[in-house]
Design a protein around this ligand. Structure first.
Ligand code: NAD
Ligand code: TYD
Length: 353
């Protein structure tokens, strides 16, 4: 059967990408989904073991920094759409090693834009280049207010600066070359398969293994948390119904101070692990703050809600329970990561904090 659409998803072996790939492969059996991923430390094909043999799915190992690889790939397959998630994604790593973020997030995105432009130049009808970005490009809020699509960019970490750079380039390719692009900027995601360098899975694992729970500074920084499957559903909506050239903000309307979130996780896990209430909280350890730590992110997602009808489906209590249950039930997934080079990263990151 000839697929009705061929879609290239980059970064599909990572956290959010794997949920997007799974959603598209299951929901659109008449599409063919190509997952292009370099399998960096964050890429894990186990995240997609349930769909790896589906006839409408193909995994392609490759690096978006490799121009020759991309040009050969776009020569052999005529893609109708690109959904671009591949990135270096962790703020702390961007502070330790900014170069990798410039290479993948900025240069890699330009390479992908060029490959799509070269392939589509004569035939833009029905084509779409969808760039997945973050609310962190807008900078940091005080106690009041929300990021909207017209908030001025003010990135403050090497990670958010590299994502801002890639957003600007995607828009520039639309204005200069008429490339049919769409961009979304999303708040913090959580859920199954998130690499344990990020706050929620790190805290789950440390509570479970009775390790210190590192809270940066005083734990007063605020993040707006969205369940990853709700983000994947938003990506599906925007890919199919978003207007070319537009940006949509995606958020959970679900703000938490880090310390309150960590305490909430402690109390849920006390019950699940059969501990005395209050026992896990004793593991909390206030550590040296992240350099340049943004105080607060909060998204106004009324544009995507009003124009495209998307809204978050899961409340945070349910999402957090589901996430904790997944990590407790999938110990071998975590063990493989912990037995690799991540252990060294963790030691370096937290030993002298
Ligand atoms: P992740 O780190 O879990 O996954 C990134 C994936 O990209 C990995 O599979 C990795 O192997 C792949 N990759 C990295 N460099 C590559 C390269 N040069 N070539 C090909 N593949 C490469 O990241 P995530 O949390 O799933 O984030 C996915 C996207 O969503 C990123 O663009 C990120 O900026 C954005 N985003 C993330 C969040 C969040 O809370 N995690 C929020 C908003 C936006
Ligand atoms: P993180 O998951 O790294 O996402 P981001 O920096 O992209 O928002 O961190 C979420 C929040 O938790 C952020 O304010 C930093 C804080 N944090 C800690 O307090 N301790 C930790 O060990 C980590 C990883 C993060």
């Amino acid at each position: 059967m000839n697929p009705s659409k061929k879609i290239l998803i980059t970064g599909g072996a990572g956290f959010i990408g794997s949920h997007v790939v799974r959603l598209f492969v299951n929901k659109y059996p008449n599409y063919h989904i190509y997952n292009l991923d370099a399998l960096t430390y964050a890429g894990n094909l186990e995240n997609l073991s349930d769909i790896q043999d589906y006839p409408n799915y193909t995994f392609l190992k490759g690096n978006i920094c490799d121009v020759l690889f991309l040009s050969k790939l776009f020569d052999t397959a005529e893609f109708d759409g690109v959904i671009h998630l591949a990135a270096e994604s962790h703020v702390d790593r961007s502070i330790a090693n900014p170069g990798a973020f410039i290479e993948t997030n900025i240069l890699g995105t330009v390479n992908l834009l060029n490959a799509a432009r070269n392939q589509w130049k004569n035939n833009l009808e029905g084509k779409r280049f969808y760039h997945i970005s973050t609310d962190e490009v807008y900078g940091s809020l005080g106690n009041e207010g929300y990021f909207t699509e017209t908030t001025a960019y003010d990135p403050r970490s090497p990670y958010s600066a590299s994502k801002a750079g890639s957003d600007h380039l995607v828009r520039a390719y639309h204005h200069t070359f008429n490339l049919p692009v769409v961009i979304t900027n999303c708040s913090n995601n959580y859920g199954p398969n998130q690499f344990p360098e990020k706050l929620i899975p790190l805290i789950i694992n440390n509570i479970k293994t009775n390790k210190a729970l590192p809270v940066y500074g005083q734990g007063l920084n605020v993040r707006d948390w969205l369940y990853v499957e709700d983000h994947a559903a938003a990506i599906d909506t925007v890919f199919h119904n978003g207007t070319v050239g537009q940006t949509y903000n995606i958020g959970g309307n679900n703000e938490w101070k880090n310390i309150d979130l960590v305490k909430k996780m402690c109390s849920i896990m006390d019950v699940k692990l059969g501990r005395q209430i209050g026992e896990s909280e004793k593991l909390i350890s206030y550590v040296t703050d992240r350099a340049g730590h943004d105080l607060r992110y909060a998204i106004d997602s009324s544009k995507i809600q009003n124009e495209l009808g998307w809204r978050p489906s899961l409340d945070f209590e349910q999402g957090l329970e589901k996430t904790i249950d997944w990590y407790l039930a999938n110990e071998s997934w975590m063990q493989k990561i912990l037995s690799g080079e991540y252990e060294r990263y963790y030691d370096q990151m937290y030993r002298n904090r």
